[in-house]
Design a protein around this ligand. Structure first.
Ligand code: HEM
Length: 359
């Protein structure tokens, strides 16, 4: 596999439509073929190029950007506060930071409040087992979760009023107006919104907590500024990207910087390394709330740029502001973390550092 780690090579490849998100010969990983999880995978805009990407992407993007910022932040604040456990130990903190973002997006999609916890569990099971390295048993679990998500979504779509203002009703109305009538693909992409939210947004919240714990004085600086939480989340997304890499596949021979990539070349794009390229972010190892002209690749660029960036940032800011009232200085000092083993995520799992030290 080729590796692109400089800002210039990553930017060039992300912008070039002749690189694809899947190998031509294997649009769906062989291990997922014939399973419910594979059926979802096959339709995702994230995993397609050309026509199967552009029209659905445009519809998703329009629906996501039509949600008023005020609605997103009020729902994110209320949901983060409702789910925050009374006893906030390190494990409960980790569980909350995973559950809250996906519950917010489930609510925005149009799921009834009573179903949001079950949805978060299904998304967790779907994402946890969905890897090319998964065993048959894990793939069965992912497919069972995919099946549950699909049927919950179909029920929700059937019961939503067209004018409810929810994401799902915007997407349905727009899709049918634009001739995108494949309900299986629409449902799959709604599952995609939940699964794309899940780990990445948890990572953005978790890595912001890590930044507060690691950088002395940062918490006071954040608190003293009107835009403190926004800047914290933005600099965290650059400094400790929750999505570390993505991949592209060359269709034809292409020159990138001085390298000639052959047709079928597989390329690992290290977004997290590009974020720390000193050519675009001078002194990249410094965590600066006021970083001038901050340049981030965390949400990708070009045709596959993340349409959920604004929502993810808003959820992270609201969740951290809710948490702030409960996580005092000593609690922050006691927090320890390890990194979740994943092929492309930078995701902290918190534990109580004191408990380990005295054990
Ligand atoms: C911190 C949180 C998030 C991060 C870091 C993130 C990052 C990314 C990245 C890097 C990609 C593109 C990968 C590539 O180019 O190969 C992507 C695509 C996507 N993301 Fe996000 N994402 C986040 C949250 C969300 C949320 C909250 C949603 C929806 C509510 C979302 C929906 C999507 C979708 C639908 C795509 C596919 C776009 C396409 O292929 O055209 N993401 N995201």
């Amino acid at each position: 596999m080729w590796v692109a780690a400089h800002a210039s090579s990553v930017a060039q490849i992300l912008a070039d439509r002749s690189f694809r998100v899947r190998p031509m010969a294997e649009p769906v990983p062989a291990a997922f073929e014939g399973r419910a999880a594979g059926e979802i995978f096959r339709h995702l805009v994230r995993m397609n190029d050309g026509d199967r990407h552009d029209r659905p992407k445009h519809i998703l993007q329009r629906a996501l950007s039509s949600l008023p910022a005020q609605i997103i932040s009020s729902q994110a604040t209320a949901t983060a506060a409702r789910l925050l456990p009374t006893t906030l130990d390190a494990e409960a903190l980790t569980a909350w930071m995973y559950q809250a973002p996906v519950a917010v997006v489930a609510q925005l999609i149009g799921f009834p409040a009573g179903e949001q916890s079950a949805i978060a569990r299904d998304v967790r099971d779907f994402v946890a087992c969905l890897s090319a390295l998964s065993t048959t048993e894990q793939l069965d679990d992912a497919s069972a979760a995919a099946q549950r998500l699909r049927s919950r979504l179909s029920d929700t779509l059937a019961s939503l009023q067209p004018t409810s203002g929810h994401l799902a009703s915007h997407i349905l109305a727009d899709a049918h107006g634009a001739g995108w009538t494949d309900n299986g693909a629409i449902v799959a992409n709604l599952v995609g919104l939940l699964s794309q939210t899940y780990e990445a947004t948890a990572g953005l919240i978790g890595n912001s907590i890590v930044a507060l714990a690691n950088h002395q004085g940062l918490r006071d600086e954040v608190r003293s500024r009107v835009d403190g939480w926004q800047q914290l989340v933005h600099e965290t997304s650059r400094y400790e990207s929750p999505v570390q890499n993505t991949r592209r596949f060359a269709v034809e021979s292409t020159t990138v910087l001085e390298s000639i990539l052959p047709p079928d070349a597989a390329i690992l794009l290290v977004l997290a390394a590009a974020n720390r390229d000193p050519n675009v972010n001078p002194e990249p190892r410094r965590f600066l709330l006021d970083r001038p002209n901050r340049c981030t690749f965390t949400f990708s660029r070009g045709p596959h740029a993340c349409p959920g960036e604004a929502i993810a940032r808003s959820i992270a800011v609201c969740a951290l502001s809710v948490l702030e009232r409960r996580l005092d200085g000593p609690a922050l000092d006691r927090l320890a973390w390890k990194w979740k083993p994943t092929p492309n995520g930078r995701l902290p799992l918190f534990y109580d550092g004191n408990a380990t030290r005295t054990a």
